[in-house]
Design a protein around this ligand. Structure first.
Ligand code: ARG
Length: 465
């Protein structure tokens, strides 16, 4: 396309090095969508006649069909998706095809095409995220009354409702959903018409194309429009948060599923066996997720590092932004597809859970808080409860086995009303602070969660129509 300026053809090795079809050919339908709007705009400002516009539209739609029917084999001599489509249009329409690129550069074109592509993809991700969030709400409700140890430092801390645990992950994914929405909101400006960097001498109507493509407005500054990749960073921020959350959830479930913990059961269909050890049932889906999420996070760093030293405005480095983007989208999509059916079948085993913390020491804070209720300053109460724990450890007995007189020998302030509090379920049900683990609070959280899902569904349906 640029032969006019050159005395030699581009070397084959350079063609191979610089072509981007392996990453941008999947964008073809969105590139055509952008071109259709651009052609309409050229008609509206008189740079194409209505008849030329019509023929161009037919030509572009023919190319779209050829792509859909897998009849269009792009060629690397034409470097990228944009030039392959334009070249084909010229084959079909002759010199009229050469008018398509009027007032446009591949720099503003790719920024537009990727936004159109992502808008579609991320709307689909939102739907999948909603399904995941609903599954977590379902698990929380199903496991509301299952009491398990809660951990800090992976040391048994206090008894919690397993429903509360699932809701903790719900909250993390809810924030991811909001970040996904923010990424979509950040793609509302249309870069088309910015040209290579400085706009155009031709009377382009950027408001026309922006509206035709469903954007909120044309982007404000042509230099920024072709130079910036914040709309991709916004996606990667979402993906990174999501990856971290998936990885931590996976790690938890791997641990809770191990023989030593054993209080969740993973569905057989989502686990694999060992080629050597007949007894094994391995949580591979979780491990693969933990493994792959590292790559998703890596793609954010990849883009950040590419961007940080780039001079204004477009630089060819930016072509590489799509490689990480597509890899990240593929990985996120795979997790979003497998997590809902997988998690919806995770079962809890209350009896196994109890075995792990029968010594009752996770109720030590309850004892200290009971003593606070008797007027003892918390620091002193903490010390006294600590003495009781020490006694149980030394005598190898559980907190539940101590008789009232043993309690009173250790802590004279203890009265009979302590004994009914020394029960795991009671302990959970008494943590009634807002956001605490009591069954009633977790139920409130679940209801709140469902209401939130309803509200985002209404927004999503509005955006669709
Ligand atoms: N394929 C390029 C990209 O993905 C767009 C082409 C811009 N090339 C150029 N020489 N200005 O970013």
């Amino acid at each position: 396309m640029w032969k006019g300026r050159f005395s030699e053809n581009t070397a084959d090795i350079v063609l191979n090095y610089s072509q981007s079809l392996d990453v941008d050919w999947c964008l073809a339908p969105f590139d055509i969508q952008g071109s259709l709007a651009h052609a309409q705009m050229l008609v509206s400002v008189g740079l194409l006649t209505p008849d030329e516009g019509l023929r161009m539209e037919q030509g572009l739609k023919q190319i779209l069909r050829e792509i859909e029917e897998d009849k269009f084999k792009p060629s690397i001599e034409l470097e990228d998706v944009h030039m392959n489509i334009e070249h084909r249009l010229t084959e079909i329409l002759g010199s009229l095809g050469e008018k398509l690129h009027t007032g446009r550069s591949r720099n503003d074109q790719i920024a537009t095409t990727v936004r159109l592509f992502l808008r579609d993809k991320l709307a689909d991700f939102q739907e999948k995220m909603r399904a995941l969030l609903e599954v977590l709400l379902g698990r929380a409700k199903a496991h509301l009354y299952v009491v398990v140890p809660g951990y800090t430092h992976l040391q048994q801390a206090q008894p919690i409702s397993l429903g509360h645990y699932w809701m903790a992950h719900f909250q993390a994914f809810r924030r991811d959903y909001t970040r996904l929405q923010a990424a979509l909101d950040g793609m509302q400006e249309c870069p088309l018409g910015s040209g290579a960097l400085a706009g155009s001498t031709l009377p382009l109507d950027r408001f026309f194309t922006s509206e035709a493509l469903g954007f909120q407005s044309p982007s404000e500054n042509s230099l920024d429009s072709v130079a910036q990749r914040d709309y991709l960073l916004d996606y990667h921020y979402f993906a990174t948060g999501f990856a971290i959350h998936c990885s931590r959830l996976s790690e938890d479930l791997v641990i809770y599923n191990s023989q030593e913990f054993g209080w969740i059961n993973l569905p057989d269909a989502f686990c694999t066996g060992s080629s050597m050890m007949p007894q094994k049932k391995n949580p591979d889906v979780l491990e693969l997720t933990r493994g792959r999420t590292g790559q998703i996070i890596g793609h954010l760093l990849d883009l950040i590092i590419s961007l940080k030293g780039l001079p204004m405005t477009y630089n060819r480095d930016l072509q590489e932004d799509k490689r990480g983007l597509l890899a990240s989208l593929t990985a996120v999509e795979a997790i979003l597809s497998i997590f809902p059916p997988f998690l919806s079948q995770v079962e809890a085993d209350q009896d196994r859970a109890i075995l792990g913390f029968q010594n009752g020491l996770t109720l030590a804070t309850d004892v200290a808080e009971y003593l606070v209720g008797k007027g003892i300053p918390f620091r002193e109460a903490h010390w006294k409860a600590g003495q009781v724990v020490r006694y149980c450890l030394d005598h190898n007995c559980s907190l539940f086995q101590l008789s009232l007189s043993e309690w009173q020998d250790l802590v004279p302030e203890v009265e009979e009303d302590l004994l009914p509090l020394l029960d795991l379920k009671t302990s959970v049900s008494r943590r009634q602070t807002y956001g605490g683990t009591s069954f009633s609070e977790v139920n409130r959280q679940i209801d709140h969660g469902w209401n939130w899902i309803k509200s985002i569904k209404i927004i999503a349906n509005k955006a669709k129509s």
